[in-house]
Design a protein around this ligand. Sequence first.
Ligand SMILES: [Zn+2]
Length: 415
Amino acid sequence: MATKDPEKRAKKTAERTAKKAVKQAAKKHPGAVIAIVVILLILIAVGVFLYLKVDSVHTFVNGLIGLENSTETNKNAPPKAATYGDKDLSFHFLELGNNYTGDSTYIKAGDVDILIDAGSRQNSADAIASYVDNYCTDGKLEYVIATHAHQDHIAGFTDTKSRDGIFKRYECEVIIDFALTNADTAVYNNYVTARDAEVALGAKHYTALDCVKGLNGAQQTYELGEGMSMTILYQKFYENTSGDENNYSVCVLFNHGDNYYLLTGDLEAEGEASLVENNDLPEVQLFKAGHHGSYTATTDTLLKVIKPKIVCVCCCAGAVEYTKGVKNDNTFPSQAFIDRVAPYTTRVYVTTLGILEYNTTSAKYEDKGFTSMNGNITVLSSGGGVTVTCSNNDTLLKDTAWFAENRKRPTAWAA
Ligand SMILES: [Zn+2]
């Protein structure tokens, strides 16, 4: 029965016309209809996915592309050599020939020579070269690393009228240094001049950020020989500013077979936290005490991960250089540093001992010279064995007269 309502009639006519058009289209273009059905099925599938929890989708997708669902695996894992090769790897923490705290570490990796930092004064270059030349006989340092722009790490790289710095004394192949600095000091500017002169002679120069991101031809890991490598570890202050210059320190991890060795320059607590956060750090045989054994570095956050077996402190023990003439718990190596390290190892060594003199007029102590504590400290990784030998004596910090006189014994170091 035909409806009398003109609106309903119009609607029905439209429906009929539409159905007719679809039927005709299906006859004319069967492929187009199949395509519409497929699109509808895909839309339904997408709807189901959106209905699922986002995390579940991530888990599913990660499973498909082979990623594990753990934040731990987002950390950079260090390389691990399959063998020890037949060459030794040795670390030499050098006395600087003056009574100022500073760093210079020479590393011999088979036939490869590496220098990390060059001491606290321009005359450090003499002390460093006279030591390094016993091992490096071709005048070539394959890698030179400047950890950060403070004088006590870069002074020996610079030249004076009468004395050549390290860059001038050696042919330096690859120079790796800090990506950022707040420094605008004469020593920093002299460092840049000396470094750039070496680059003009053919040295390759990369920042730590270049290395960790593989930019400009830099590598994050350098193979040093069979079973040995050197890795620049990422930490956030390669690309974020810090009010503390020390946090810009280049951090380097060496691997030899199953063993690891970690040097972090003067990296402070914030930098150490970033290092732990971003790297799957291994337990290490050796850790160069952070910031010369300062109370502001070598934090529990780092120690509980790396569990060092040997700790070497590059400093002039007890010197009042940074405490304004006052003898206290914060002179290097600090009481807080000792307390934190003690549960992990008794094997703590210190390069140099400061000689102090009391000035009755100013009622302050003054740094008047230095003598060797352990002296130059050598940590030798040979096959699977790691040994320590020192140029002056092998006495552990806990057994020295300086420790007895100036520091409280942690429980872990019961005599
Ligand atoms: Zn320093």
